[in-house]
Design a protein. Structure first.
Length: 153
């Protein structure tokens, strides 16, 4: 194999352009957090999340807006913030749940997920991410209940 072919193959195994962009966004988020004072984090986090949601194309934007409202109503103690350029919600500085629009990584569905900081443990296996095509009343109720459980002690 020629060196050029090896380089091309290794490049294909690396990060996608979307993944690199998300990592760059995370670096910018960390820099912004370092510049802010502790009191400013809550208000700035909310405005950052709302700005990210406003930038999303349909159908991600209305879904993200609705999820934002559900999460705030279900767990008002969670602090909105961005995480890898996505809306996320944290408890004591640790991300508990997040929304990833389908457009972010050119996926066929959006994702609502939980980190390992979420209290969702059930036996030896439990789901931590859900594919979203649309938000029905049943899906909204399930998400609200999961978010409440995730922040419970």
């Amino acid at each position: 194999m020629s060196p050029k072919t090896d380089t091309q193959k290794s490049a294909k195994k690396g990060f996608t352009d979307e993944e690199r962009a998300a990592m760059k966004e995370r670096v910018q988020e960390l820099k912004a957090e370092a510049r802010r004072g502790p009191r400013a984090k809550q208000a700035d986090g909310e405005s950052d999340v709302l700005a990210k949601i406003a930038q999303m194309p349909k159908p991600d934007r209305p879904m993200a807006e609705r999820l934002h409202a559900i999460i705030k109503a279900s767990a008002p103690t969670l602090s909105p913030r961005t995480w890898y350029g996505m809306p996320a919600y944290a408890k004591d500085g640790n991300v508990v749940c997040f929304f990833q629009g389908a457009h972010k990584f050119k996926a066929r569905y959006a994702t609502f997920g939980f980190s390992d900081k979420a209290n969702l443990d059930e036996g030896t296996v439990w789901p931590v991410a859900f594919a979203l095509k649309e938000l029905t009343a049943a899906a909204e109720a399930r998400i609200g209940a999961l978010v409440k459980k995730a922040v419970s002690s």
